[in-house]
Design a binder for this molecule. Structure first.
Ligand SMILES: NC(=O)c1ccc[n+]([C@@H]2O[C@H](COP(=O)([O-])OP(=O)(O)OC[C@H]3O[C@@H](n4cnc5c(N)ncnc54)[C@H](OP(=O)(O)O)[C@@H]3O)[C@@H](O)[C@H]2O)c1
Ligand SMILES: [Zn+2]
Length: 341
């Protein structure tokens, strides 16, 4: 089978289609014919050599967390799915025995990791991690959901976002950003989002963003946010200088949930403002499989339309990463390995 592998960790030019031996599903596993697999900034970190998870010894490396397609075979002891089932993968990998696996939420598992391998014609995955796809949800749409939407959904829930809340989303145009805007809207909240691009903000406004700020400098953004209102929650996937900004603009007792470091892995906190303002800064990673199930249901019911900017055949996976690197897209970029069979 063919796979789009990272053969060098130098950026998009390091992605090449290779032939790989197809493995039979082992006990508890299912083989999935991959119709679609979304890419995430997590994959781009790896490709740019900026992830502790993968180094030159691991090459060629096939990434791809957000797998959707059709089960082609199952291993011993699998009864959750059968060949022919249309499915989407929850990419969480958990130990099953720590206190968080026992008592939840499972995404806090002490040995938490993620599935990688979806940028290929076939993926061998843990069968219990497959969520069935209702008829109305295409594989391409489903592939857009797991990482971005589970993460944003879990973050909004950690911040107790509800009707009429004001949610601040610095960087509102990417995978997690657009998901946060759409899901906040579903929860009845209002949103403020930022971007460096006016045209991308226009598109996100069509998708439900209430207040668009075209700026990247924290001082400029702070002024504009203050003119709009006082956010109850901040969904922060950028890190860096946007963490201090988020803390400064949110209301007393507000919550900022942090899941990423696109703008930097280190941030400063105003300590007196934190305790005098009764503010909370919370870390969050991914979501639970139950979150994914709900998101698929919302999509099937027509309440959520996961946003896909562009799809690419397997051969053009390098272009998908270049598009992400160049900050050209709104929402998700999805590779369709089956499209060029
Ligand atoms: N912990 C978790 O479980 C988890 C899960 C998913 C994602 N994440 C993290 O969340 C972040 C977003 O992931 P994603 O897949 O949604 O990425 P993405 O789609 O590439 O995000 C693009 C967004 O980030 C903004 N952006 C890009 N580079 C920037 C920079 N240097 N400074 C400021 N803004 C910048 C873009 O703004 P413009 O509109 O101005 O281009 C756009 O709004 C990443 O750090 C990722 O690792 C974490
Ligand atoms: Zn565990």
């Amino acid at each position: 089978m063919r796979a789009a592998a990272f053969t060098e960790l130098t950026g998009p030019e390091g992605v090449n289609v290779i032939e790989r031996e197809e493995s039979d599903p082992g006990p508890g596993e299912a083989a999935v014919d991959v119709a679609a697999c979304a890419i995430n900034r997590h994959d781009l970190w790896i490709l740019e050599g900026d992830s502790a998870m993968v180094d030159a010894d691991d090459l060629p490396f096939v990434t791809g967390l957000d797998v959707a397609g059709t089960v082609s075979a199952v291993g011993e002891g699998v009864d959750a799915v059968e060949p022919g089932d249309r499915v989407v993968l929850c990419p969480n990998e958990t130990c099953g025995s720590c206190r968080f696996c026992r008592e939840g939420p499972e995404n806090r598992c002490e040995r938490f990791s993620l599935y990688h391998g979806g940028l290929a014609e076939t993926a061998c995955v843990e069968a219990d991690r497959l969520v069935p796809l209702p008829d109305g949800v295409s594989a391409t749409t489903a592939a857009a959901i797991p990482t971005a939407y589970m993460t944003a959904f879990h973050m909004l829930r950690r911040a107790d976002v509800g009707p009429a809340d004001l949610v601040f989303v610095p960087g509102a145009t990417g995978g997690v950003g657009v998901a946060a805007v759409q899901l906040a809207d579903i929860l009845g909240a209002r949103t403020i989002g930022t971007s460096s691009s006016a045209s991308k903000l226009e598109r996100v406004t069509e998708l439900g963003l209430d207040h668009a700020i075209r700026a990247t400098e924290p001082d400029e953004i702070r002024e504009e946010v203050e003119a709009i209102g006082t956010p109850d929650a901040v969904i922060n996937h950028l890190g860096g200088e946007y963490t201090r900004l988020g803390q400064e603009v949110m209301r007393r007792g507000g919550t900022m949930v942090v899941c990423g470091r696109t703008a930097g892995g280190e941030s400063t906190i105003d300590v007196p403002d934190l305790f005098l303002g009764h503010k909370r800064v919370v870390g969050s990673t991914m979501g639970t499989q139950d979150d994914l199930r709900r998101l698929v249901e919302l999509t099937a019911d027509g309440d959520l339309s996961p946003v896909i900017d562009e799809t690419f055949p397997l051969e053009a996976t390098d272009e998908a990463f270049a598009t992400m690197q160049d900050r050209e897209s709104v929402g998700k970029l999805v590779v369709e390995p089956e499209s060029d069979r």
